[in-house]
Write a protein of this length. Structure first.
Length: 66
C-alpha cells in the first residue's frame, strides 16, 4: 500500500507500525519529529500508529548543536 513520506510516495506493508517504518528509514524514534496526517505526534502516540493507505507523514530529524 502507498503512504506519502516527506512528499514522496512509498510502498509499505498494510498495517505496518510507524516504529518499523522509522527503523527501515534508519531513524531512531528519539531523534525524529513525526507529523502524521497533519498532527504532530508525541512519543507515546507514535507507538500506537499503524499505517494505512494514503497516510501522510512528515519526518524531521532533530539536530543538536550550537
Amino acid at each position: 500500500m502507498a503512504v506519502v513520506v516527506n512528499g514522496q510516495e512509498r510502498q509499505v506493508p498494510a498495517g505496518q507500525p510507524l516504529a518499523d517504518l522509522l527503523a527501515d528509514l534508519g531513524l531512531r524514534a528519539g531523534s525524529v519529529v513525526v507529523e502524521y496526517n497533519g498532527e504532530a505526534l508525541t512519543s507515546a502516540q507514535r507507538r500506537d500508529v499503524r499505517l494505512r493507505a494514503g497516510d501522510r507523514l512528515e519526518l524531521v530529524r532533530a539536530v543538536a548543536g550550537g
